[in-house]
Write a protein that binds this ligand. Structure first.
Ligand SMILES: [Zn+2]
Length: 87
């Protein structure tokens, strides 16, 4: 193994211990929920989900799960969101 490869692996190991180095600018997943599979996405500072609850309230358990799961890699603006209250 050459030395540049070894130093690359060492750097990757160090970086992997520092999750705040990585911030998602975009993310798209297939989320297998209890009632079906939904495509959940983050583009810039906007979350989206195909589910009915998100369509009504702009927030759902699927988005909230990703916010918890990947909190280390999300900016403060998208780590927490407020549910829209319909009057
Ligand atoms: Zn959803």
């Amino acid at each position: 193994m050459n030395s540049s490869f070894i130093s690359m692996v060492d750097k990757a190991k160090r970086y992997a211990q520092e999750p705040d180095r990585i911030a998602f600018a975009a993310l798209e997943v297939e989320f297998r929920g209890i009632n079906g599979t939904h495509r959940v996405a983050l583009h810039g500072q906007t979350w989206s989900c195909e589910c009915e609850h998100f369509r009504m309230h702009a927030l759902c358990a699927h988005v909230m799960t990703l916010q918890r799961r990947f909190a280390d890699h999300l900016s403060a603006e998208v780590r927490y969101t407020q549910e829209k209250i319909t009057a």
